[in-house]
Design a protein around this ligand. Structure first.
Ligand SMILES: NC(=O)c1ccc[n+]([C@@H]2O[C@H](COP(=O)([O-])OP(=O)(O)OC[C@H]3O[C@@H](n4cnc5c(N)ncnc54)[C@H](O)[C@@H]3O)[C@@H](O)[C@H]2O)c1
Ligand SMILES: O=P(O)(O)OC[C@H](O)CO
Length: 331
């Protein structure tokens, strides 16, 4: 008999989500791309590559067989955004299943949001997006948080998914705004890099707060142009995750930005990591998409310049501050 739920991707977030779903002995199948992780999870109850130091629930069963994971009626897709399309293409037919998208990013080249990638790759599946302020290590140790669970299938789909996802310390809130939930998670990663730069340059807490606020204005402008609802962007998957990710070195995106502000190059920082910093991939794609929609996103443009090594961080900040004065609200 197949498990009630499968998690595809055993990085930090997929492993933490498996831990949430596996409460009360529920069997969860966790697909790991790395063969050594299958043994480590099944035999040692550990994920030493991506979530070290956490003992995993006994009802999590790792597999290296994607087809086996795909037999579950509910499948959480937790690969990095740039690998979602290839992962879906490798799945057997998942028509009629619930696919819960958990990656936060926009696909390079095609400029597709994760929902578009999944709709194209798995046309008959019922899509949902799970997104919010969720550092994997905190979630895996049972610290409380709340997320947006946006369901393309409306309340009927929510009734299927919410009881699976919700736990004593993991509280989903219903939405039907798939695009809004996706955009918050993708854009906040780029803005977190910018916040890290501000802190790497030691520009002060006022500057960080100002940047979060002006960054949110960019997220809102872009989101509205893409068809998102303002209240979704102001919720857990938008502002909530932005505040989290812009405030802590536990964020891979923020810590990348901090290193840039301290004078390191993006290439050097990323080459030393095995974990993903989605904002580095999303930034140029987001800048292209915003340009195509006629949406001004100066902070995002500044992050693109910094990631490319196009100018020193202090110069990029000076450029941002010297832009023409304008009204706080508006495009
Ligand atoms: N870590 C978190 O706290 C957290 C929280 C919420 C959302 N997310 C999102 O979840 C997604 C996954 O991030 P993560 O933190 O679990 O990853 P991670 O940085 O912990 O691990 C990297 C992951 O990338 C996978 N990978 C590498 N190359 C691949 C390929 N060619 N095909 C498929 N998979 C490949 C690895 O197997 C591994 O699962 C990202 O979009 C991230 O933004 C992460
Ligand atoms: O470590 P980050 O920057 O990828 O952030 C992780 C999560 O998205 C926080 O919600």
């Amino acid at each position: 008999m197949s498990a009630a739920v499968a998690v595809v991707g055993a990085g930090a977030w997929g492993t933490a989500l498996a831990q949430v779903l596996a409460r009360d002995g529920r069997e969860v199948v966790l697909w790991a791309r790395e063969a050594e992780l299958v043994g480590a999870i099944n035999d040692d109850r550990r994920n030493p590559l991506f979530l070290p130091g956490i003992e995993l629930a006994p009802s999590i069963r790792a597999t290296g067989d994607l087809a086996e994971a795909a037999t579950a009626p509910v499948i959480l897709l937790v690969t990095p955004a740039q690998h979602l399309s290839a992962t879906i293409a490798a799945l057997p037919d998942v028509a009629g299943r619930d696919l819960v998208l958990c990656a936060k990013g926009i696909e390079a080249g095609t400029l597709r949001l994760m929902g578009e990638v999944a709709r194209d790759g798995a046309p008959g599946a019922a899509l949902a997006v799970l997104s919010g302020p969720t550092f994997a290590a905190e979630v895996a140790t049972g610290l409380p948080t709340a997320v947006t669970l946006a369901c393309s299938g409306g309340e009927k789909q929510w009734d299927r998914l919410a009881p699976l996802v919700a736990g004593p310390a993991f509280r989903p809130y219903y939405s039907d705004d798939i695009v809004g939930a996706e955009i918050g998670g993708a854009v906040k990663n780029v803005l977190a890099i910018a916040c890290g730069v501000v802190d790497g340059l030691q520009l002060g807490q006022n500057a960080r707060a100002a940047l979060i606020s002006r960054g949110f204005a960019e997220m809102l402008r872009f989101g509205l142009a893409m068809g998102a609802r303002a209240e979704t962007l102001a919720g857990l998957s938008g502002l909530g995750d932005l505040v989290l990710t812009c405030s802590s070195v536990a964020s891979r995106n923020y810590s990348l930005g901090k290193a840039l502000g301290e004078g390191q190059s993006a290439d050097a920082v990323l080459a030393a990591r095995n974990s993903v910093a989605e904002g580095a991939h999303t930034a140029p794609v987001l800048a292209s998409l915003a340009a195509a929609k006629g949406v001004a996103m100066p902070i995002v443009a500044a992050v693109v310049t910094l990631l490319d090594g196009g100018a020193p961080a202090r110069e990029v900040v000076a450029w941002l501050l010297a832009r023409p004065l304008r009204a706080e609200q508006g495009g």
